[in-house]
Write a protein that binds this ligand. Structure first.
Ligand code: HEM
Length: 181
């Protein structure tokens, strides 16, 4: 997984819980890299899973809540780094509809070896849109937090109903979005 995901997690932990907490999480995980991450590097998926698991144990919060919170924070980091996408999209709907075929595709070209989810858009109505999420990493709660991050960026609310979920035995996840503009 791309280094920006690790450096954003480190920033969130350090900001909210202090450097000692991050150091403790690094010490508790077997890390090939020793835990020195750079935003441009690529690191094993299992390292981020272990670090998130450590944080979950320390905070004693459910994984879905933790991943949503992290997703919201991560969006701020990603959008600062790739602000051109935010300014080129007039609405949160346009932004969300460009993730799969534009944003993730561009980044994949820039950094070969990254692994993105497959997103598909259905039920496109006046104020609604459903996003289908498929990924072997099953990070759908992270996706929810990232969508919340888009809402924050555009100073608006987006209702999110996670109507299908791989964690509940469905083949893929589905998030039914309502845009309040
Ligand atoms: C400026 C906006 C965005 C940028 C630059 C961006 C970029 C990235 C990058 C670099 C990764 C890591 C891939 C890897 O390490 O292999 C990633 C993963 C991911 N992205 Fe985005 N992303 C953006 C917005 C979003 C949004 C709004 C969503 C919400 C659906 C989303 C969903 C995900 C998910 C869920 C992952 C984790 C990997 C997985 O589920 O398989 N991204 N993205």
């Amino acid at each position: 997984m791309k280094g920006i995901i690790f450096t954003s997690l480190a920033d969130m932990v350090e900001e909210h819980y202090g450097l000692k907490s991050w150091q403790g999480m690094l010490d508790a995980c077997p890390l090939a890299t020793g835990g020195s991450y750079s935003s441009g590097g690529i690191y094993p998926d299992k390292e981020i899973m272990c670090l998130v698991g450590q944080l979950q144990q320390r905070l004693d919060v459910p994984l879905d809540i933790l991943l949503r919170t992290f997703g919201e924070y991560l969006f701020e980091c990603l959008s600062k780094m790739h602000h051109n996408y935010v300014i080129s999209k007039a609405s949160p709907r346009d932004f969300i509809m460009s993730i799969n075929d534009e944003i993730h595709r561009d980044i994949e070209k820039l950094y070969p070896g990254t692994s993105f989810p497959f997103l598909e858009y259905i039920n496109d109505t006046d104020n609604g849109l459903s996003v289908i999420y498929k990924s072997p990493r099953k990070l759908c709660f992270l996706a929810e937090g990232l969508i919340q991050g888009v809402a924050n960026q555009y100073n608006t609310d987006i209702g999110i109903i996670h109507s299908k979920c791989m964690h509940r035995g469905d083949e893929h996840c589905q998030m039914d979005l309502t845009f309040y503009e």
